[in-house]
Design a protein around this ligand. Structure first.
Ligand code: C2E
Ligand code: CA
Ligand code: CA
Length: 853
């Protein structure tokens, strides 16, 4: 898996060198969020480990080390030790303390039989009187004295002359850069010279072991079975420290009372319990603050009054640690190898990344981040109590940086990606287009194409089934488009129901139409959306780049968009290549939309009525209502032009309601004025959108009630293509309409490729033969045969026939011979306004009345 990402990373680096910095940030957004989390965490781990390597984190790691030392419980005084302190009161009496006094102290202590006495005082010069006596005391084999090794920038202090080597230990301490003592230099070696620390020497005396008992290996000291591993230069939070000799981290025992303390005066006066001394290690040293033998320890940061620890107490800590390690198996600080630290830091970077990826709410992310950091600290601390020092600052940093980076990436991702489909959004797509345009400028011959895809009738789906359903549908569409396109091009969502595809490096425009055909074919298969089968189609506009022209991305997208509009206008479910001149059409079309909105408000519509005539008697049996629009500037606008636009914009719903009401109202007037048997009929055209309106049936019912006309006098016309679009739905709505006793008719029959197998299931009364067949009836035998067949078919199915577009007497005669019941057309009358239609009805009525009379 890592190999896969590193490959991706390599290709990104390649991209960066190829295209410059600006573009890599955008290329990055082609990563999924999950990929970004993994890649970011690896990069950030590398970064943090690099900072660590450079030593930038050492200070903070040491600060937290100290914090954890202070958090540990106080282990109290070590019963193996006693410290004789030279206090402020002691030095007030005499300083330096005379040899005589000191030898008296040693003598008093020796009486109680300690195992070892450590004198943490430099006595290389005599302080008379009593020098002889002191030297004698110092020669007791259980006494250890100090020396200071010469370091590069200081003079050493030589040991008391004449004492055997076994009784001398160095008291040098290793101090970290921040002045704090955290390490114990136990032993060092230079050539043949061996150097034993004061604490080690005392411990050996206590253990009753000679110097030879210490085995020196290359990376550890061995004392009996106890191993003291030498500190490496990069151990724990350290980075490149001076780890000369053999050092271990100090396990501090207690901030103050590392051992029982008695003062020098008390010892001199014999005011101590001999049991405090018997078999113990006794250390003698100054604790008087004025002598300034104070050192900073991890406890110092917590102390404001006395931040320093007297040297003798610090040495007591060291002795205590060595003894507890050898005798009680107390563990020495351990550390992780570099690779384990890397994994550890990476883990936390991943956690930070995943949190930022998964959690949406910033507050939630903040809380989760804080909890993670707390968990991290408690893990580190509990390992610390088991003497393990593992990185704390590095993973905390990795956690925070990874969360921040992924959060930033997420925001960038959201500004450039569509949240619903995760496809590039319009902004990103335009950027990508910009690069491709720049690219084609460099390589003169390369061509590309832009496909603009619009889902046909999405509005109907979205409004009919609800937005959630619509979203799911869009997602499914995007998935199918993605799968169909593969890696042939870049897919983006550029609008609500609009997608765009960029096809690069095309050699032939037929390649593009092949893709468009494939997409269209794929989209015509039904979608299973929430268990519901949805049929749709897409209209595609195609724009090609012309290498000689200077293109703006937005202009190219607009061209493709325009071509898509054209494809929709030409009947949907098809593709059109952009051609100049399309823009003006589109602008016109937009203007039309605006005008239509106004027309509805201002009631610029009116209805015309075209008579439908009984061919046998030549009597008007009813009318077809046809809507008209009187545009204030352009005059009369054909319904063939504006009805499709009202359908696409949804304006057909209010307009259709008005038409229904108006036509019914007119019919009720005429029925009252011209009673007949059967009564006059009114045919009203119903668009597909009206048909899927939820409350259509109730609305018509209400109008019938208002106007008082019988449902039988009302005939609804739906075109054959609408009826066939979704057969089952159409049948179910038509059946509902039939409950109102309405008459139903299939309009433009013969143009919609009806499946005859469905026809008998439609609950309709009438077929209207399309005008195109009637008008050609006299010219070709085929059309005459078609008309004849339709008439026979409808009769066989129990329906009657209306022939549309009858223009000549010959047509009328022929239709009559073929048994067609009704006719409609200019031969009888053009559509008339209500006044003229009333006049026409009136003349017929008087004729009939005369006839009767
Ligand atoms: P349609 O429903 O097929 O309406 C018949 C069309 O044929 C009308 O055109 C009518 O004027 C025309 N026509 C009738 N007799 C003749 C003839 O002898 N010769 C010729 N050449 N044409 C004839 P119109 O009024 O322009 O309407 C066009 C289409 O617009 C209609 O076709 C219908 O689909 C739609 N439409 C018109 N009014 C409405 C309406 O109120 N609601 C809806 N939904 N659609 C309407
Ligand atoms: Ca009609
Ligand atoms: Ca028609």
């Amino acid at each position: 898996m890592i190999a896969k990402y590193s490959q991706k990373l390599q290709s990104l680096v390649y991209l960066a060198t190829q295209r410059g910095k600006h573009q890599i940030s955008l290329s990055l957004t082609t990563l999924s969020l999950r990929q970004s989390v993994i890649i970011a965490s690896i990069l950030i781990t590398g970064l943090v480990m690099g900072m660590r390597q450079a030593g930038w984190l050492q200070f903070l790691e040491l600060v937290t080390f100290d914090q954890m030392v202070r958090l540990q419980p106080d282990a109290g005084p070590n019963p193996r030790l006693l410290v004789v302190t030279i206090t402020e009161a002691d030095i007030k009496k005499q300083w330096p303390i005379s040899d005589q006094t000191l030898s008296q102290v040693l003598a008093n202590l020796q009486q109680a039989k300690p195992k070892a006495i450590g004198l943490d005082l430099y006595r290389n010069l005599p302080q008379p009187p009593g020098y002889e006596a002191l030297i004698k005391q110092l020669h007791s084999p259980n006494v250890v004295t100090i020396t200071k090794l010469a370091d590069p920038d200081g003079e050493g202090v030589s040991p008391i002359p004449g004492l055997p080597a076994e009784q001398i230990g160095f008291n040098d301490l290793v101090v970290d850069q921040d002045g704090v003592v955290r390490r114990n230099l136990i032993y060092a070696q230079e050539g043949k010279d061996k150097f034993y620390s004061f604490s080690l020497q005392l411990s050996l005396k206590y253990l009753g072991k000679p110097r030879d008992a210490l085995k020196v290996k290359s990376k550890a000291l061995l004392l009996g079975n106890t191993v003291f591993p030498a500190l490496s230069a990069d151990a724990g939070g350290y980075q490149n420290i001076d780890n000369a000799g053999y050092q271990v981290m100090i396990s501090y025992r207690s901030p103050e009372k590392v051992a029982r303390q008695v003062s020098l005066t008390q010892v001199l006066q014999g005011q101590f319990d001999p049991n405090w001394v018997k078999d113990k290690v006794v250390l003698i040293g100054t604790t008087a603050p004025s002598l300034k033998d104070l050192l900073f320890t991890p406890y110092s940061a917590g102390e404001t009054v006395n931040p320093g620890m007297p040297g003798v107490l610090l040495h007591a800590q060291l002795v205590s640690q060595i003894l507890n390690t050898t005798l009680d198996q107390q563990s020495i600080f351990w550390f992780w190898p570099e690779w384990a630290e890397f994994l550890w830091v990476w883990t936390w970077a991943l956690i930070g990344g995943v949190l930022a990826w998964r959690l949406r709410h910033p507050l939630l992310l903040g809380v989760a981040g804080a909890i993670s950091a707390a968990i991290l600290f408690s893990i580190c601390f509990s390992i610390f109590t088991q003497a393990g020092w593992i990185p704390l600052i590095a993973p905390t940093l990795a956690l925070a940086i990874a969360a921040g980076t992924v959060l930033g990436y997420k925001l960038l991702h959201h500004t450039l990606r569509d949240a619903l489909t995760d496809l590039p959004n319009r902004n990103l797509f335009l950027k990508q287009l910009e690069w491709v345009i720049a690219d084609t400028k460099l390589h003169k011959n390369s061509r590309f194409a832009l496909l603009f895809l619009g889902i046909d009738r999405f509005k109907v789906i979205n409004e009919g089934f609800g937005h959630q359903f619509g979203d799911l549908f869009l997602f499914n569409v995007s998935q199918r488009l993605k799968a169909c396109l593969g890696n042939r091009g870049i897919l983006a969502r550029v609008g609500g129901d609009e997608f765009a595809i960029l096809l690069k490096n095309i050699t032939d425009s037929s390649e593009v139409t092949v893709v468009a055909d494939q997409l269209q074919k794929e989209m015509s298969l039904p979608f299973k959306n929430n268990g519901q089968e949805i049929f749709t189609s897409i209209s595609i506009g195609i724009a090609f780049n012309q290498t000689e022209l200077d293109y703006q991305p937005i202009a190219l997208l607009r061209d493709a968009h325009t071509a898509m509009y054209r494809a929709k206008d030409l009947g949907k479910g098809r593709h059109e290549v952009f051609a100049t001149g399309m823009h003006t059409q589109v602008v016109k079309r937009f203007q039309l939309e605006i005008d239509l909105h106004r027309a509805i408000e201002q009631q610029e519509f009116f209805l015309c009525y075209q008579p439908i005539v009984c061919l046998k008697t030549s009597k008007i049996i009813g009318f077809e209502a046809l809507v008209r629009w009187q545009h204030p500037q352009h005059g009369f606008v054909s319904p063939a032009e504006f009805i499709p636009v009202t359908e696409e914009t949804g304006l057909i719903i209010p307009l259709g309601k008005w038409i229904l009401k108006e036509a019914c109202h007119q019919l009720s007037v005429w029925q009252a004025q011209f009673p007949a048997d059967p009564p006059l009929m009114m045919s009203i055209n119903l668009s597909g959108h009206q048909l899927s309106e939820a409350n259509l049936v109730e609305y018509i019912q209400q109008i019938l009630k208002e106007t008082g006309i019988n449902g039988k006098s009302l005939k609804l016309e739906i075109t054959e293509s609408v009826a066939m679009n979704d057969v089952e739905a159409a049948i179910s709505i038509l059946l509902q309409l039939r409950t109102l006793n309405l008459q139903l008719s299939i309009d433009d029959f013969g143009t919609g490729y009806s499946s005859l197998s469905y026809l008998h299931r439609f609950p309709v009364n009438t077929l209207k033969v399309d005008r195109s067949f009637v008008s050609r009836m006299e010219e070709t035998d085929e059309d005459a045969a078609i008309v004849q067949t339709i008439i026979m078919l409808s009769h066989a199915l129990g329906m009657n026939v209306v022939a549309e577009g009858v223009e000549t007497a010959a047509q009328q005669a022929k239709l009559q011979v073929l048994g067609c019941e009704y006719g409609q057309g200019y031969f009888f009358s053009k559509p008339l306004d209500s006044k003229s239609a009333t006049v026409l009805l009136d003349s017929q009525y008087t004729r009939v009345c005369y006839g009767v009379a």
